[in-house]
Design a protein around this ligand. Sequence first.
Ligand code: ZN
Length: 226
Amino acid sequence: MNNGALVLFSGGQDSATCLAWALDRFEHVETLGFDYRQRHAVELTCRDALRAGMASPRLGMDHTLDLGILGEVSETALTRDAEIALREDGLPNTFVPGRNLIFFTFAAALAYRRGLKHIVGGMCETDYSGYPDCRDDTIKALQAAINLGMNSRLVLHTPLMWLDKAATWRLAEQLGGAALVELIRTESHSCYKGDRTSLHPWGYGCGACPACDLRAAGWRAYCDAP
Ligand code: ZN
């Protein structure tokens, strides 16, 4: 299907915005979540509420793939019960080596099988968090490698690549108005600690981890200059 898309959909703010973007642009949209034994599967449970909030005739199947093996081969604060900190080389210890390469490769295999031409991911270079597999060059190289290796013409889209977090909120507002902003604010999840006990102006979270810091700062910037 030339106008079909598969969205990498974790249940976070970025992937929720990507889903809205894809629903606006493509006639048929399916979603894909990965379970790789994250310390907190809370993002995965947010996916259903976000999909329900964006229900549309265009929204098709939801897929989940078990990538538990990723947790077995990587030693990170996302998959182990460790404190989140910066490593000696400056990368956060939440870094799962090659994660997005693996995600996109599995997504491409699924998109190939489902006949979907477009794959959408929320990778972003602007709020550069130290993940080299979020870089635009990485994604472009991967698109070339996937299409060579699968003899396909898949297109990898990263609509948030050059947006900061405030601009990502603005994009959600453009796509779905205040209702979509509110859905993403209350139902998407970013916190590394999986904390959903208290609702802050920017959403649920512990309010202290790097992911909460980034989300809170982005929300403030969005509210200051909507
Ligand atoms: Zn947090």
